[in-house]
Ligand binder design. Structure first.
Ligand code: AMP
Ligand code: ZN
Length: 464
């Protein structure tokens, strides 16, 4: 598999340090608000990456942190008049619910920053001991950028203009303001009761040290793959590299992958611009998690993606086409489960699908192969040229593909509970040979927008 490494700006063969085991760190949400679908573009990209690695036979150990203390969470908790942990818990819970709705596979670990303060203090102490960090007048601790000559390698910064001794206290800043950045922030009034003891006095960690500490604790000092959105490259990931490598004396991460932004009218979807939709907003307008996942996953991760409601409508149409094809295959396959060889019209699909994914996660290319299969398969079935065993083989292939895509199988949960209950009543009526009642329920479901499909696996509901 080839991946585009932000560090080298090149496509590289992906070879993990430890055979088939991949250690992956994915920067998680800052839990100060509901994540918007721009954030979820990053998490869906990382999910497709994880699933693709597994598809190709790798074993993935993924860590996604929860940033539950930083400038933004503290500001939010204060504005909301709540203790920090109560404030962030709401958004942690919402985040996991949203991941489920988007059919994102859980990571192996979700460490929260506030549970890992001692590990952060240990790295800062190591940096102090090695002369990479210093204490400022107010008791904060800063990383000395000048002490780390490799600084700027990831973001490809020109360091010529660096002003010696300049400092930046905020977690987020622009490339123009490259400066020594805060590792430990001395307590001030704005922090309220958010503070931990440290060798440098009471205070709290900077955002970047959180990820250095949590990644190292779960994945080791050197690991394979680290990802995020492109806005994470600077300063977050640049600062992570500086802290981690200066402290350990070892290379931090071998491959860095960053997804391009989800845009709205040509601008990055973001909280600060106010041009964002949460997943809840999208569901409230009648779209599903599956449709949203399709929109977020279908493009190439390194191309920016313009979000429109039309793209959700497009996803709905594409999924319907896939659903119809799968229903047709299921019909044709009947009870034939054992898969024979693939029919000639499906022979190219797998190498094309896999070739596209192995080429820096080209999901759009993989979907191209999939829709060509739908076209060829429909033609073959129109001409009655698909044997049941062949249809079964293609179904098995699609099930494999769905291990990566995560949107081919229509999740049961997307059918409202009311409709599922009606379906059950209809099954009971049929069992009792009460055909009139069964028909009545079928009509009631139809008025709710659902069609019953009798399949070898039992009755299923399909959107009208
Ligand atoms: P945050 O909660 O701000 O730390 O962001 C969480 C993740 O979402 C990070 O990986 C960001 O790079 C990513 N992200 C934020 N906005 C967007 C966007 N509009 N499109 C894609 N990814 C984004
Ligand atoms: Zn991070």
């Amino acid at each position: 598999m080839k991946v585009f490494n932000t560090l080298s700006q090149r496509l590289e063969d992906f070879v993990p340090l430890d055979g088939k085991r991949v250690r992956l760190y994915t920067c998680g949400p800052t839990v100060y608000n509901y994540a918007h679908i721009g954030n979820f573009r990053a998490y869906v990209f990382e999910d497709v990456l994880r699933r693709t690695l597994k598809y190709f036979g790798f074993e993935v150990l993924q860590v996604m942190n929860l940033t539950d203390v930083d400038d933004k969470t503290i500001r939010g908790a204060r504005a909301g008049g709540k203790p920090l942990n109560v404030y962030t818990q709401t958004y942690k819970d919402a985040f996991f619910a949203d991941l489920k709705t988007l059919n994102v596979e859980p990571a192996e670990h979700y460490p929260a920053a506030t549970d890992h303060i001692p590990a952060m203090i240990a790295i800062i102490a190591a940096l102090m001991a090695k002369g990479h960090a210093y204490r400022s007048d107010d008791g904060s601790v800063y990383f000395s950028v000048a002490s780390f000559p490799a600084y700027g390698r990831l973001a490809h910064l020109d360091m010529a203009g660096l002003k010696p001794g300049a400092r930046v206290a905020q977690d987020e800043y622009e490339k123009e303001n490259v400066a020594d950045f805060a590792l430990w922030k001395a307590w001030d009034e704005e922090d309220g009761d958010v503070a931990w003891d440290s060798p440098w006095g009471r205070g709290r960690p900077g955002w970047h040290i959180e990820c250095s500490a949590m990644s190292t604790q779960y994945l080791g000092e050197t690991f394979d793959l680290h990802t995020g959105g492109v806005d994470n490259i600077f300063p977050h990931h640049e600062d992570e590299i500086a802290q981690s490598e200066a402290a350990s004396g070892k290379p931090f991460v071998r491959y860095w992958m960053h997804c391009a932004h989800l845009m709205v009218d040509g601008r990055k979807m973001s909280k600060s611009l106010g041009n964002f939709y949460t997943l809840r907003d999208i569901l409230g307008r009648g779209y599903t998690g599956r449709e949203t996942r399709y929109v977020l996953a279908a493009g190439h991760y390194r191309q920016s993606l313009n979000f429109t409601f039309d793209s959700l409508n497009g996803a709905r149409a594409a999924l319907q086409r896939l659903d119809e094809f799968q229903a047709r295959l299921a019909d044709r396959a009947g009870s034939v489960a054992a898969a024979a060889a693939l029919p000639s019209w499906a022979e190219e699909t797998r190498p094309r699908f896999e070739g596209a994914l192995a080429d820096d996660l080209n999901v759009s290319g993989a979907l191209g192969a999939l829709f060509d299969l739908v076209h060829a398969g429909n033609k073959a079935m129109d001409a009655a040229q698909a044997a049941p065993a062949e249809a079964a083989a293609v179904r098995a292939l699609l099930a494999r593909f769905d291990g990566v895509l995560g949107f081919l199988a229509a999740p049961e949960a997307e059918v409202p509970a009311q409709a599922l209950a009606l379906l059950e009543q209809r099954q009971a009526a049929r069992k009792a040979k009460n055909w009139a009642e069964s028909d009545r329920i079928r009509n009631e479901l139809a008025t709710l927008g659902w069609i019953i499909q009798d399949t070898p696996q039992g009755a299923k509901l399909k959107r009208k």
